[in-house]
Design a protein around this ligand. Structure first.
Ligand code: PA5
Length: 445
């Protein structure tokens, strides 16, 4: 099958010197990822994951998903950060844009999300929606101790047990967590839930191709074998160094642009189904690179929507930005613009054209305007939005992220900064064990 392609011709000339000078560093960074010789190498389990995932695991995930699909109208995916964004990115990309507004069909549950915020209204409104409904829960936490999903799970578990009975609820709850440690592992063992393991050597933001992402995606009715096959193809494509390795090219180029003063990268889509792919990508790059006082700031925009809000800044604001556009060649559905006899809106010059032809001209026009305005434009092109292409895209960005972090000179696989807010929150909430921190933080108030 055809691979995604990277096109750098409208970006590389902005940082030609840095790009040329960065070749050796990129080769070295790729070797660190492939050979596990860099910092954080105990978190490289994702590198060979697509080619090594067992057929038995895929079959088991599909079987569990089938059970939930048969017994639930709603499946709530409880998790935060890397424990939900990958699943949401893939499910949104492959789903009907209005899927949430159709009634659930038999054996085709809606996938909902909880524990990705601490919104009281969000939680209570979700409870209200699920009251009296047939639902199941996939609770996902690698550490098994994260506060946000723990609160949501406690509430949803209580509701499910009240509605279905404790015994039946056991069949409707699946936990994805560490093999041995964490409160979620203890709880799942005691309650007798079915569980899946997040491998120790795969960090949250790199875990979409483990049961973390695969189980919810299968529950939503999508083909996880094709997703993994696409990723495995990209694993192969990004193995060796050179211009034919799109991950190496992207990592090298974004670092060259960073060195030339482009400190912000926007991931652009012209297809609203990719909105959550941008959210997943932001976490992947933000958490992997933003450390030691360094790192490109990753933002994501939906075009043309955001051209009417952020377009001005991008076109004429501080020249510290570059863009990476995910361009999908062929939409799955054809819709042409109709002819109107009166033509009061003056749109007849477009009649008969596909809506996507207009979108593509917006895309081209935007690229030319942005490049003229000093915004380098990298393009990632895929033929269509399906499981195979998304698998490729996920692995491409993961591999590039590892390489890019090493070029930047950081450990791309840790996230020490994420602990700071948690420590303060626990101190403020007077969590047992945080007495000293509580005293210290209260002195600051
Ligand atoms: O990438 C990461 O490691 C984080 O974003 C985690 O996925 C997130 O904090 C959730 O952690 P956990 O799965 O342990 O609940």
């Amino acid at each position: 099958m055809k691979s995604i392609e990277i096109n750098i011709q409208d970006a590389v000339f902005f940082a030609e010197k840095q790009y040329e000078a960065g070749k050796a560093a990129a080769v070295e960074a790729l070797a660190k990822v492939n050979e596990g010789s860099g910092e954080g190498s105990d978190f490289l389990g994702w590198v060979n994951l697509p080619s090594s995932i067992s057929a038995d695991l895929i079959a088991s995930i599909n079987k569990t998903a089938e059970r939930l699909r048969e017994n639930c109208d709603y499946v709530v995916c409880v998790g935060i950060g890397g424990s939900y964004l990958g699943a949401k990115a893939v499910i949104s990309a492959l789903s009907d844009s209005f899927a949430d507004f159709y009634a659930p069909a038999p054996k085709n549950p809606k996938v909902l999300y909880a524990g990705q915020n601490i919104g009281e209204e969000y939680t209570a409104e979700l409870e209200r929606l699920l009251t009296g409904k047939k639902f199941g829960i996939i609770v996902i936490s690698k550490s098994g101790t994260t506060t946000e999903p723990a609160i949501a799970f406690r509430i949803l578990k209580e509701l499910l047990e009240k509605q279905a009975g404790k015994e039946a609820a056991k069949n409707l709850i699946v936990a994805v967590t560490d093999e041995k440690k964490g409160a979620l592992r203890t709880l799942a063992t005691q309650e007798g839930y079915e569980t899946y393991v997040i491998p120790d050597n795969v960090g949250g933001r790199f875990s979409v191709l483990t049961p973390v992402g695969l189980l919810p995606i299968a529950c939503a009715g999508f083909d996880i074998e094709k997703l993994v096959a696409g990723a495995a193809e990209m694993e192969n494509t990004t193995l060796h160094s050179g211009d034919s390795n799109p991950a190496e090219v992207y990592a090298r180029l974004r670092n060259a642009l960073y060195q030339s003063g482009k400190k912000i990268e926007i991931l652009v889509n012209f297809n609203p189904k990719l909105h959550y792919f941008g959210e997943w990508w932001k976490q992947l790059y933000g958490e992997s690179e933003g450390k030691d006082g360094k790192g490109i700031f990753p933002a994501a925009v939906d075009f043309t929507t955001d051209l009417h809000s952020m377009g001005q800044w991008i076109q004429e604001g501080e020249r510290s930005i570059f863009e990476t556009v995910i361009s999908v060649k062929e939409p799955a559905i054809t819709r042409r613009i109709p002819e109107d006899a009166e033509n009061l809106d003056g749109l007849n010059y477009l009649s008969g054209k596909r809506i996507d032809e207009v979108n593509k001209m917006a895309e081209l026009g935007t690229k030319i305007a942005h490049v003229d305005g000093g915004v380098p434009n990298i393009r990632i092109e895929l033929d269509k939005l399906d499981e195979h292409a998304l698998g490729q895209l996920i692995y491409f960005f993961e591999k590039a992220c590892g390489i890019s972090g090493y070029i930047l000179g950081v450990n791309p696989f840790n996230q020490p900064g994420v602990e700071a807010y948690k420590k303060n929150m626990f101190a403020l909430l007077e969590k047992p064990g945080y007495e000293k921190e509580t005293e210290a933080i209260k002195a600051k108030l």
